[in-house]
Design a protein around this ligand. Sequence first.
Ligand code: AMP
Length: 455
Amino acid sequence: MCGIVGIYSNKDISKELYYSLYSMQHRGQESCGIAVADQNEINYKKDMGLVGDVFKEDELAKLTGTMGIGHVRYSTAGGSHLANCQPLVGSCRKRKLALAHNGNLVNANYLKDMLEEEGYMFQANSDTEVILYILARYYKGDIVESLKITMDHIKGAYSLVIMGDNELVAVRDPHGFRPLILGKKGDEYIFASEDCAIDILGGEVIRDVEPGEIIVVKDGEMKSYFYNENYKPVKKSCIFEHIYFARNDATIDNVNVYDFRIKCGEILAKNDDIKADIVVPVPDSGWAGAIGYSNYSKLPISEGLVKNRYVGRTFIKPTQEEREIGVKIKLNPLSKIVKGKSVVLVDDSVVRGTTSRLIVKSLKDAGASEIHLRITSPPVQYSCYYGIDTPNRSKLIASQNSIEEIREYIGCDSLAFLEIEGMLEATEEKSTFCKACFDGDYPVKKIDREELLSC
Ligand code: AMP
């Protein structure tokens, strides 16, 4: 998963890019980068690490330019190393191009084979490089035309910001899997994965970029195109963004993330009859759901786990061992609150089960008499091919185990998940979501080579 931002302005914007990326740090913590266009040059800096560590004031000052793009990365395709940091910057027909991508292609391997057969040499192993090369391959001077062809080739999830010498382009795939939001601040145009990145600049959110839409900002003017005039967009916005990934203050495709999470908690409580003393959220992602649960059940909500604010998202660690240590460093029980109590512990999701298991153990060690784990989403049973890091099905605890087996593994006294119908009850936009991780109904299938070559 990643966060992207693009800004078109008439003043230097590297600081604005920096602040926007900072606000989207939750979307990826492995690496980050900023590229700015200055006359005919694109200057950039990217590196492994957090935004605040990679960019120092003096370096930002050197990145001069009135148009730029930025990226924070958590790898879902391609390894965690420098070559895969974004934005990717290249040149094509004497024009510089920079590109930042959020999402995952489902046919990147085949496209890569095809390009390699034609003599392209890849420097990195992420799917983003494939997009850049296809774009360059069909570029004859008109970025929109080359994008339309590129979008016919690439399949899967992609929100992109692309920068040429004098234009900024934002693109969302025909299903709109990943978010991309358009904002304005005076004459300045801002595109970002989440609205927090627009808010913190004092900008105003205008709207979501539509599925299949290509927006070009050039000479101070914005123009919108669709990748295929005959295509009827079928919006399939990722529901996991609303469950876990996005910040509480995000609104994506007209669904407010906080409202959604509160409602999920309320619906979970409505279908529950457990008797307990307190509701304890797993910070931070369990808070909104726990508030909803507490609202409906009338059980008091208490902070039973203290979070170390200086540790990042634990899931966002590439190995299992690191993930386990991460959870321990991150959360500590408040024994004063939980001792002798029957606790409804609320979290947003169970993926591998590692987090819940460790938390339940630490709450029990701290004296909680019972732990009733309540999850404000359905069991994650299928891999995500579109950019959420749940790629290997065998690692998903719910793909191999019954709820009772999961309960046993986690070590809680009872366990309940929100059902798919309950989750959809929390929003009016029911049919517009991709929920393949819960029901295996993939809007875009993985494509084989023959199919690809015939398209
Ligand atoms: P696990 O230990 O694998 O069950 O991790 C589940 C926890 O990680 C949940 O509490 C979520 O808050 C968080 N989480 C779930 N899915 C993701 C994801 N794709 N990326 C990062 N964190 C996640």
